[in-house]
Design a binder for this molecule. Sequence first.
Ligand SMILES: *[C@@H]1O[C@H](CO)[C@@H](O)[C@H](O)[C@H]1NC(C)=O
Ligand SMILES: *[C@@H]1O[C@H](CO)[C@@H](O)[C@H](O)[C@H]1NC(C)=O
Ligand SMILES: *[C@@H]1O[C@H](CO)[C@@H](O)[C@H](O)[C@H]1NC(C)=O
Ligand SMILES: *[C@@H]1O[C@H](CO)[C@@H](O)[C@H](O)[C@H]1NC(C)=O
Ligand SMILES: *[C@@H]1O[C@H](CO)[C@@H](O)[C@H](O)[C@H]1NC(C)=O
Ligand SMILES: *[C@@H]1O[C@H](CO)[C@@H](O)[C@H](O)[C@H]1NC(C)=O
Ligand SMILES: *[C@@H]1O[C@H](CO)[C@@H](O)[C@H](O)[C@H]1NC(C)=O
Ligand SMILES: *[C@@H]1O[C@H](CO)[C@@H](O)[C@H](O)[C@H]1NC(C)=O
Length: 404
Amino acid sequence: MLQDLTSLLLPLLVLPAQASAYPDSLLAPLAEPETRGGPRLSVGKRQTNSSGSSNSTNVTPTPTESDFLWIIQDTYDATNFFQEFHFFNFSDPTHGTVTYVDHDTAFAHNLSYISSDGKIVMKGDDTNWLAQGEYRESVRVSSNTIYNGGLFILDTDRAPWGCGVWPAFWTVGEANWPEGGEIDIIEGVHDNEHNQVTWHTNPGCNLTKSANFTGSIVGSPSPNLDCTGSATKPGCGITEWSQASYGPTFDAVGGGVFAMKWDEDGIAVWSFYRVAVPQDIQDGTPNPANWPTPVAALAPNNCNPAKYFANHSIVFDITFCGDWAGNSYATSGCPGTCSDRLMDPGNFVNASWNINWLKVYRRQTVKGVVSSAAGLHTHTETRSSVLLALAAASFIIPGWLAVI
Ligand SMILES: *[C@@H]1O[C@H](CO)[C@@H](O)[C@H](O)[C@H]1NC(C)=O
Ligand SMILES: *[C@@H]1O[C@H](CO)[C@@H](O)[C@H](O)[C@H]1NC(C)=O
Ligand SMILES: *[C@@H]1O[C@H](CO)[C@@H](O)[C@H](O)[C@H]1NC(C)=O
Ligand SMILES: *[C@@H]1O[C@H](CO)[C@@H](O)[C@H](O)[C@H]1NC(C)=O
Ligand SMILES: *[C@@H]1O[C@H](CO)[C@@H](O)[C@H](O)[C@H]1NC(C)=O
Ligand SMILES: *[C@@H]1O[C@H](CO)[C@@H](O)[C@H](O)[C@H]1NC(C)=O
Ligand SMILES: *[C@@H]1O[C@H](CO)[C@@H](O)[C@H](O)[C@H]1NC(C)=O
Ligand SMILES: *[C@@H]1O[C@H](CO)[C@@H](O)[C@H](O)[C@H]1NC(C)=O
């Protein structure tokens, strides 16, 4: 069996680049400044104590001169998502005009459910009229599992947007914010069309301007490289150039995939709208080395990822108005005021996540020495994708590789 597996593994390392090119029709370099209320740095979504954190995995990456594979660690989908994420029902640390509801309320009010076609739906209330100043119900959930690195891949058909709406898909440390760091993977306000990736850390972590990424560093008059998060320091952000990375266009093209890689090479984010999702992601054998330049990257030379990021849970939320969507409302081009906007449920029909799956892969060192294939044996999905890769390969060198 060991012999079989080790020979099966080789093709994974030699799969050709498979990322699709972006169709020209969707290319739209970021205009300065972003149209509706951005780009702007948010002040971070401080973690107050949440309930239910339990599973703790430690995949702290270890430097190596060897090759490695990304091996599936956790799959979240319609079958387990709401068992593996817990609801945060405290007041919003970012001062949104929102009531984050608990699990039972979310299900009773249709703010969270699995749709008949198997999507994980989480949304803001779009059925109830509110009085002026009343808070609108919504959801914020965090993963039970805690991570110290990995490749996080989200496939979503829709991400929330709309005037007064401020959603995020992010990861954040358990420690007192910003000690364990925060990585905002999808974030924006109103009907922006350009996603913003942001990091919030303890002082001493900086963006490297010359690193390879396609987005624009946020900051005025000059790009802000300082990732420090505090009441007055907004972290460091990079706005995507693609018009389909957030908001109406992202939803209109059927959504897509976001990937965040966190390892000793730093932290990088890619986004692919639906028709551009790399085949290796669809096949369950992601290899970021084959993808195009990331949209955003925090290079390790000016920010040691092991020092500034630890013990992250994965979070999804949708808030309204508050520190970013509220403070930027007047200049957003949205009608009226944010508090008026909040009253009419019809304004929130697009404030919804429709998620297909979220997968977390861990970095697995592969050396040219046969030792043990333990671990690989337990992952059905890995085995089947290895088999798929084998079917596509024209040659095999038996017994060359092993996973340690
Ligand atoms: C968080 O929990 C710890 C231990 O349970 C407690 O000491 C601390 O006061 C809590 N912090 C907040 C902000 O509730
Ligand atoms: C968390 O731990 C429980 C019990 O060990 C396990 O059943 C569950 O699958 C774990 N969740 C994840 C996401 O690994
Ligand atoms: C959060 O939800 C739990 C479980 O339903 C409930 O006991 C608690 O009172 C809620 N807390 C707040 C602040 O609403
Ligand atoms: C929730 O949705 C279901 C199915 O769409 C519907 O029958 C039910 O009335 C809704 N409940 C609420 C509280 O809106
Ligand atoms: C991360 O978790 C480990 C194990 O619980 C703990 O020793 C460490 O202090 C934590 N670090 C941070 C920054 O949260
Ligand atoms: C950016 O990518 C180019 C081409 O792959 C490489 O030569 C260069 O070293 C990279 N720059 C940084 C800062 O990583
Ligand atoms: C980050 O930037 C600050 C201010 O520009 C500078 O003092 C510090 O040395 C930089 N740190 C690193 C790790 O580059
Ligand atoms: C919701 O999205 C649809 C489709 O893009 C759009 O026509 C409509 O104006 C949006 N509604 C709101 C309130 O944003």
